[in-house]
Design a protein around this ligand. Structure first.
Ligand SMILES: NC(=O)c1ccc[n+]([C@@H]2O[C@H](COP(=O)([O-])OP(=O)(O)OC[C@H]3O[C@@H](n4cnc5c(N)ncnc54)[C@H](OP(=O)(O)O)[C@@H]3O)[C@@H](O)[C@H]2O)c1
Length: 307
């Protein structure tokens, strides 16, 4: 039996980044506009520092104005909200991203809701969730947006396909389901209380795993020929006992890749799939916000997911 085709996140992310960079150059040349992205990092979480650095580097490389505000972990919530308010009012800034998680003393949702919804390039505010749910133009969370771009590029028209999304988080599962619904899929959302999850997954033409459990989805859960999008990023010890003994870890997805590849038609690797799309989508959202606020024709009509 033939193996599933690999949906290469690197190739798609580079193509999207290139498209954004070209648009930014055009905006500057034709309209004198340089889209601006502000990233706010509170505290010194090592993973967050890496993500924030990459967002800054990639936005600058695409020709955007990019600024990172690094605040001490002890910064009071009111001060973070005041910074967000200043960025809301700053005409040089089109997109604001507050890197999550925030220190436990800060109410994350309160900070996210302080962001002007038209600058909320992470798409996590209630206003943008509502816009997505009601089919109005908004800003869509970057990870599900990236999944949608991969699906469109691989399958084209998704009309009528059965999609199962495993996971119902505000960050991934819910917006993913909304995007698939908007693309005329028949959508089921599964979660930790779902009965007969393997049987449900076997009905899916499109299976999206956003769970956070290493290799939970096995090969025999997958319908032959299905397209599998693995959002999971899980750190596990190396299977090689010598490396594991050194405390070394590797990243695996929510899907058992080896098993799934023998059954699926298409699959995203993890790492190397969805994760690489997230920053490119952040830049696409910043470009969309910059154009919308100036009444310019959007680069991604109907949204960057390519409807
Ligand atoms: N850039 C990226 O690629 C990116 C971005 C974000 C997240 N991720 C990764 O994606 C994964 C999911 O992230 P998240 O933020 O959505 O996680 P989350 O908020 O923890 O949500 C996990 C979801 O999975 C469900 N779940 C947990 N155990 C389950 C089980 N045994 N069977 C069925 N469903 C189960 C939960 O159900 P309940 O609601 O019933 O608890 C919940 O809805 C993580 O590995 C994360 O690291 C990747």
């Amino acid at each position: 039996m033939s193996e599933a085709g690999i949906i290469d996140g690197k190739v798609h992310a580079q193509a999207l980044w290139r498209r954004v960079a070209d648009e930014v150059a055009w905006l500057k040349a034709e309209h004198g506009v340089q889209p601006g992205l502000a990233v706010v990092l509170v505290g010194d979480d090592p993973a967050s520092q890496i993500y924030v650095r990459s967002k800054g580097e990639q936005s600058r490389a695409a020709g955007m104005y990019s600024v990172t505000h690094r605040l001490d972990a002890q910064t009071p919530q009111a001060e973070v909200v005041a910074l967000v308010a200043a960025l809301n009012a700053d005409p040089a800034i089109d997109g604001i991203l507050v890197q999550l998680p925030l220190p436990s003393a800060i109410d994350e949702q309160a900070v996210v809701e302080a962001i002007d919804p038209d600058k909320d390039v992470d798409g996590l505010s209630v206003v943008n969730a509502g816009r997505l749910a009601t089919g109005r133009p908004g800003l869509t969370p970057c990870t599900p947006l990236g999944c949608m771009i991969l699906l469109r590029a691989t399958l084209g028209d998704l009309t009528g396909l059965n999609a199962v999304v495993v996971g119902r988080s505000v960050l991934v599962g819910r917006p993913m389901a909304q995007l698939l619904l908007a693309a005329d899929c028949t959508v089921t959302i599964a979660h930790s209380r779902t009965r007969d999850l393997p049987g449900l997954c076997r009905q899916a033409d499109i299976l999206v795993a956003a769970v956070g459990r290493p290799a939970m989805i096995r090969g025999d859960w997958i319908k032959p020929g299905a397209t599998v999008i693995d959002v999971g990023i899980n750190r596990v010890p190396f299977s090689d006992p010598a490396k594991a003994a050194e405390g070394r870890t590797k990243v695996v997805g929510d899907v058992d890749f080896k098993e799934a590849r023998r059954v699926a038609g298409w699959i995203t690797p993890a790492p190397g799939g969805v994760g690489l799309m997230t920053v490119a989508c952040l830049l696409a959202n910043t470009l969309t916000a910059a154009k919308r606020s100036r009444g310019l024709v959007e680069s991604f009509p109907g949204g960057a997911e390519g409807r």
